[in-house]
Design a protein around this ligand. Structure first.
Ligand code: DQA
Length: 148
């Protein structure tokens, strides 16, 4: 199956951005790790990061025609603000797994609500960069189930 890893605002700063909260891995580290893991299992992964809400929406729209089995999505702060990203996922009908490096439930109250959580298959939060691997593994297991 083909998957899309989508990362929202400020995630391009991973590695140097508040490492106590977000860890030391860079986004490139995470992307390369996931591409390799997907490839090992006969799957493929496209990666896209943007700081712009509109670009993320456009990327989701494009994904509709790419036969994407699942979007692995860390929307960053747009998680807590963006009805437009929610609508993009609903409008394209793409399946999505929500990812957060930090445990947002332990943080400020404004991070407790997600506009994506109730339309996602599931959410992985609090496991740092490892959460991306957990999300990919869940997506690959689900793809195997749905093609059987
Ligand atoms: C984040 C959590 C968000 O609240 C925050 O705005 C981010 C990163 C995470 O991965 O933990 O940018 O999505």
């Amino acid at each position: 199956a083909h998957f899309l890893l989508l990362n929202g605002p400020n995630l391009n700063l991973l590695g140097t951005r508040e490492p106590d909260v977000y860890g030391h891995d860079t986004l490139a580290d995470i992307e390369h790790r996931l591409e390799a893991r997907a490839g090992e299992q006969g799957h493929s992964l496209a990666c896209f990061q943007s700081n712009s809400e509109g670009e993320l929406i456009d990327r989701i729209h494009t994904a509709r025609d790419e036969n994407i089995a699942c979007v692995l999505f860390n929307p960053g702060a747009f998680t807590h603000t963006s009805i437009a990203l929610r609508d993009a996922l609903l409008g394209t009908g793409l399946a999505c797994i929500e990812i957060h490096l930090s445990n947002t439930a332990q943080r400020e109250a404004f991070r407790h609500h997600s506009y994506i959580a109730d339309i996602a298959i599931g959410t992985i939060t609090g496991f740092g960069a490892h959460g991306y691997i957990l999300a990919l593994d869940a997506a690959m297991a689900r793809a195997a189930e749905t093609t059987e």
